[in-house]
Every structure is written in structure tokens, then in C-alpha cells.
Write a protein that binds this ligand. Structure first.
Ligand code: DAH
Length: 341
């Protein structure tokens, strides 16, 4: 029996030293010290010993168990440390490796122009309003003095949602004037950029979706002179101090009097060329003094207050600003095109 214990001790200590993982170690523990393990099996033979031998063997068996337990525990610690080291090595982060440069891109050319226009108007004390694109016909037309039967309300021009023509995709940003008058304290100074929709075929100058910027100022004693002064200043800030402009009489249902504003052609300096279709001038916006009917309809006393308003096409300004010849390029978003701006 003494031989057996000695043999077990030597063999097991060697085996433990050769383990590589916590699992292997646990398997050995069960093999030697478990209930059905080798040490237990040896102890079962104690019965065969004499009364003198028994305590000696008992003590020896205890020593073997203690030695095994201690070695197992030491090995467990060594393996745990080694596992930790391996993990740390695997997860090492070299903070000195140069970073990956991400391609950030930049704003779309149209939004570059929009931001410029916004900051010009903000500098003049205007607020920016953005709102719904789905409108009531009431706001898109009726409250703007575009009555039932007006050609602008035709189904052929407008995207309607309902058979009774009461809900639509706004065809202009002008309904924002009504929202502003209904919800804001006087005096009002706002611009309202956003998408508008019309049933137009796509070509070099048309798209069923495009952008407008609406603008409006209402206060006591506001005149057409304020309209001209403000818009001239905006155009100068946008295109340069020597930019020439002109105002032509026009008709809009929601303004009286109404006008259109032209900018002298940047390509030919007013002589006439393909860009300005031989005119020498390029139209950039419609404007006018807000019709008293519109003011009154929004609860504003047209005897005390007056105001001017304008609406301009954003794409057209961007085309001019960046010398782009075809509207479709603005919407296609081909990166090779956009990268140029
Ligand atoms: N809403 C007009 C359009 O889409 C543009 C316009 C003209 C807006 C005159 C105005 C204005 O506010 O006063 O053609």
C-alpha cells in the first residue's frame, strides 16, 4: 500500500505539472481525489492492514492528499495567470498606429447656397420657419386669394390627395405666410425655405419637386421701398456688390402691387447670351406688397399694418451661383458632380 501511495503521488504530481488548462486540471482532480478517484480506491484497502500499520498509512494518505491539493491549487493559479497574460497580449491596442481617415464629404451645393441666404436674412433680423409639405388647399390657395376655379388649382398642375381637392402637396412655400400670420406676434420677419411639388415633366429646368424660399415682413408703415431695399441688399451680399438688378411689374393673386426681380446675366453682363436666353437678365423671384385681403383674412388690420413678401426658387440660385447648366445634376447626386463644389 505504501508503494501504491508513493506511486500515485509521483505520477499525479507530474501529471498536474503538465496540464495546460483549467479543464484538464479539474479532470485530474476528479481522477485522483474524487469520490471514485484513485486515492479513495487505495484507502478502501485499509481494512486489510494490521492495527499497527493503519495509522501510519492513514497519515501517509493524508500527506499525499495534502500534497495533491496544494499542487493543484498552485497549478490553478499559474494557469489563470497565464490565461490572463495571453488575453492581455491578444487585446493589446497600439495607440501609436496612425488613425484611419474617414471621407467626410461636404454639404450639397444647393444647401451651401441656402445656408448663405439664411445667414444673410438672419443678419437682418429674420427668423427661419420650416413646416409641413402636405397642405390644406385652403392655405395653399384660398387664404392666398387664389379662388376656386383659378387655373393654378387645376388637377393637371397639383398633386392632390383627396377627390375633393382639399389636401395636397404644397405647390409653393407661400402658405407659410399664412401660418406665420396666424401663429406669430406682429411685427413679423420670416423666411421659410422648403420643398414644393408640381406636376412637371423632368427636363433641364423643371422637376416635379423643387425648393423655394418664402420671405415676408409685416409692420406698421412697410412699403415697396423696403421690399426693394432689402432684396437688393440680399442679392448684393449673395452675388457681389456690383450686381445689377431690376424690378418688373407682374401679377400674383396674393400681392398688390406685384413684381418680379431680375439679376443681370453674369455670363454676358447684360448683352444677351444662351444662359439668359438673349434677355441680358435672369428672373430670380416674385414679390409684392401683401394683398389687404390676405392680411385681413389672417386677422391683421390692413389699415394699420402692411407688408411685403417674396418667393424664390432655390435651385435656380444654386445653378447661377455655381455655373451649373442642368437642373437634373442637382438632384441626381452623382458624387463626381457634387465633389466639385
Ligand atoms: N409663390 C409664387 C410662385 O410660386 C412666388 C411668389 C410671388 C411668392 C410673389 C411671394 C410673392 O411671396 O409675394 O411662383
Amino acid at each position: 500500500m505504501k508503494e501504491l501511495l508513493k506511486e500515485l503521488r509521483e505520477r499525479s504530481l507530474q501529471a498536474i505539472a503538465g496540464t495546460d488548462s483549467a479543464e484538464e486540471l479539474e479532470a485530474l482532480r476528479v481522477q485522483y481525489l474524487g469520490k471514485k478517484g484513485e486515492l479513495t480506491a487505495i484507502l478502501k484497502q485499509m481494512g486489510k492492514l494490521t492495527a499497527d500499520e493503519r495509522p501510519v498509512m492513514g497519515q501517509m494518505a493524508n500527506e499525499v492528499r495534502a500534497a495533491l491539493e496544494e499542487t493543484l491549487e498552485k497549478r490553478r493559479k499559474v494557469l489563470a495567470e497565464r490565461a490572463l497574460e495571453l488575453r492581455l497580449a491578444a487585446e493589446t491596442l497600439d495607440v501609436t498606429v496612425p488613425g484611419e481617415v474617414h471621407n467626410l464629404g461636404h454639404r450639397h451645393p444647393m444647401y451651401i447656397v441656402l445656408d448663405e441666404i439664411k445667414s444673410i436674412f438672419i443678419g437682418m433680423g429674420f427668423d427661419i420657419l420650416e413646416d409641413r409639405e402636405v397642405e390644406l388647399a385652403d392655405y395653399n390657395f384660398t387664404k392666398l386669394n387664389v379662388e376656386e376655379g383659378h387655373p393654378a388649382r387645376e388637377w393637371s398642375d397639383t398633386f392632390y390627395f383627396t377627390e375633393d381637392s382639399s389636401i395636397l402637396l404644397r405647390t409653393q412655400t407661400s402658405p407659410m405666410q399664412v401660418h406665420a400670420m396666424e401663429s406669430r406676434q406682429l411685427p413679423i420677419r420670416i423666411i421659410a425655405p422648403g420643398r414644393v411639388y408640381r406636376k412637371d415633366e423632368v427636363d433641364a429646368t423643371h422637376s416635379p419637386m423643387f425648393h423655394q424660399i418664402e420671405g415676408m415682413a409685416i409692420d406698421r408703415g412697410v412699403t415697396m421701398g423696403d421690399l426693394k431695399g432689402t432684396l437688393n441688399e440680399v442679392v448684393k451680399q449673395l452675388y457681389g456688390a456690383d450686381t445689377k438688378t431690376r424690378f418688373r411689374p407682374h401679377h400674383f393673386p396674393f400681392t398688390e402691387p406685384s413684381c418680379e426681380m431680375d439679376v443681370q446675366c453674369h455670363k454676358c453682363g447684360g448683352k444677351g447670351c444662351p444662359t439668359c436666353k438673349g434677355e441680358g437678365w435672369i428672373e430670380i423671384l416674385g414679390a409684392g406688397m401683401i394683398h389687404p385681403k390676405v392680411l385681413t383674412g389672417c386677422g391683421i388690420d390692413a389699415g394699420v399694418y402692411s407688408g411685403w413678401a417674396f418667393g424664390m426658387g432655390l435651385e435656380r440660385l444654386a445653378l447661377r451661383r455655381f455655373n451649373i447648366s442642368d437642373l437634373r445634376l442637382i438632384f441626381e447626386n452623382d458624387v463626381r458632380f457634387l465633389e466639385q463644389f
